[in-house]
Design a protein around this ligand. Structure first.
Ligand SMILES: [Zn+2]
Length: 434
């Protein structure tokens, strides 16, 4: 059958289902993806190019293992069936990418596809959640790139494909990763990908989604002219320098890519600190020093609620609910919010679509960290009236002065200054801003 498959080709799967090839959907380095009818249902088939594997049998055994274990969550376009090897090639069947999803790589080039910065943060939270689920199950993703994460920019939802590369941590499937996303130790030493190398790739993906730039691609890259093997090895492997490293200025962002220079100074300090840590020389050289999924979740849930709209249509980042000057050229308004939500370690602007998650209200493990608890909603036609909805599965107590009431799941109460909401170990206070 060679490299490609003809339209109308019929193949039997390992589970003895008929796969009928309908049309070619896309090409990748490993293979070609087709739309097929699988047992009569529209699905996708990834068909490998011959000779792309160092050890094909090991890869097939791992793929079969993934199929037998089933998808970790609905966010994975997981292999459901595979074919035997025919003329040196084989393939696996997965669900089709639904409408509305684009490759994450498209968003690195065109961040304007996100209608709000909050959707970009939601996408980052989806990425971290996916890694958390995989790592909890003992898997390692191994091959992060802009092409194997799909994002719906309207909702911020994430779907992960190319799960043929997923393998139990420590397994050598021959996969090393995609250049630019591989962790330094893999670039230099060609080691087997690990959960820690996944964490580096995950941080690169988050930086790309939020700042539209690769965190290690500064002037050292743009001034080198040709990106040959030795240069690539130095920039991503043996001598990586974060473009915003607070001590090493040798790899600052090139002004030809202005986005990172524009957004970085506006980021809340805790986000700048998190990136500085994730791409510090310590974390780049020591895999065990990289931020965990839970640490990312804590920062991202906080950041999500710090995004506030200015009257000009721009969005600003408001740390601790303090006034901030709009950075939109020609605007320069001071953006203020009338109310803030005080938590024990920080405050958030109390505005429409603010959310509180479990990790913000108690010590918890990564499994439940992203359970949403509370959601602030505006009343229709009344911008000055805000409610707070219980979107958890447990009742809360809300009090003001001597009076208190129990708010059942699914119910909303009007937010008023000095209201106190008891959520797990945290007591959230709604305060009027001075
Ligand atoms: Zn403005």
């Amino acid at each position: 059958m060679g490299v490609g498959l003809q339209e109308g080709t019929r193949i039997r799967s390992r589970f003895n289902k008929e796969i009928r090839v309908l049309k070619r959907l896309g090409d990748g380095s490993q293979g070609i993806v087709y739309q097929v009818l699988y047992d009569g249902k529209p699905m996708a088939l990834k068909w490998y190019r011959p000779n792309v594997f160092v050890d094909r049998q090991r890869f097939i055994d791992n793929l079969r293992n993934n199929i037998m274990h089933g998808k970790p969550t609905d966010e994975f376009l997981w292999p459901v069936d595979m074919t035997d090897v025919v003329d040196g090639s084989f393939g696996y069947v997965m669900e089709l990418r639904p409408q509305g999803f684009v490759e994450a790589g498209d968003l690195f080039i065109n961040p304007g596809l996100f209608p709000s910065y909050r959707r970009a943060i939601d996408a980052c939270m989806g990425v971290v959640k996916a890694f958390r689920v995989l790592h909890n199950k003992g898997y390692c993703y191994q091959d992060v790139s802009g092409g194997n994460f799909f994002v719906n920019p309207q909702t911020g939802k994430v779907l992960i494909c190319d799960n043929d590369n997923v393998a139990p941590a420590g397994t050598d499937t021959g996969i090393r990763g995609t250049p630019r996303f591989m962790a330094p130790e893999i670039v230099v030493e060609n080691t087997v990908p690990s959960m820690q190398s996944d964490r580096h790739s995950m941080s690169v993906l988050i930086f790309f989604l939020l700042l539209v730039q690769h965190p290690l691609e500064g002037v050292r890259l743009t001034k080198c002219g040709v990106l040959d093997g030795p240069t690539q090895k130095r920039i991503y492997g043996s001598d990586p320098v974060f473009i915003m490293d607070p001590d090493d200025y040798t790899n600052r962002p090139d002004p030809i890519y202005p986005n990172v220079l524009k957004v970085w100074p506006c980021l809340p300090q805790h986000m700048r600190d998190m990136f500085t840590r994730a791409f510090s020389k310590t974390a780049l050289k020591n895999p065990s020093r990289r931020p965990s999924e839970l640490e990312w979740i804590r920062e991202l849930t906080r950041f999500r609620s710090e995004v506030v709209g200015c009257a000009c249509g721009n969005e600003v980042f408001m740390q601790d609910a303090k006034p901030v000057t709009c950075d939109n050229p020609g605007c320069g308004r001071e953006v203020r919010v009338p109310l803030r939500a005080e938590l024990s370690s920080y405050s958030l602007p109390f505005v429409d679509d603010m959310r509180l998650y479990r990790c913000q209200t108690c010590v918890c493990n990564a499994d439940v960290a992203l359970d949403p608890l509370a959601w602030v909603t505006g009343a229709v036609g009344r911008a000055d009236v805000l409610g707070i909805e219980n979107i958890s599965s447990e009742p809360w107590t809300v009090s003001q002065g001597a009076s208190s009431l129990v708010v059942q799941p699914g119910r909303t109460v009007q937010a008023i200054p000095d209201m106190q909401i008891d959520l797990n170990d945290e007591c959230v206070r709604v305060r009027r801003n001075a």
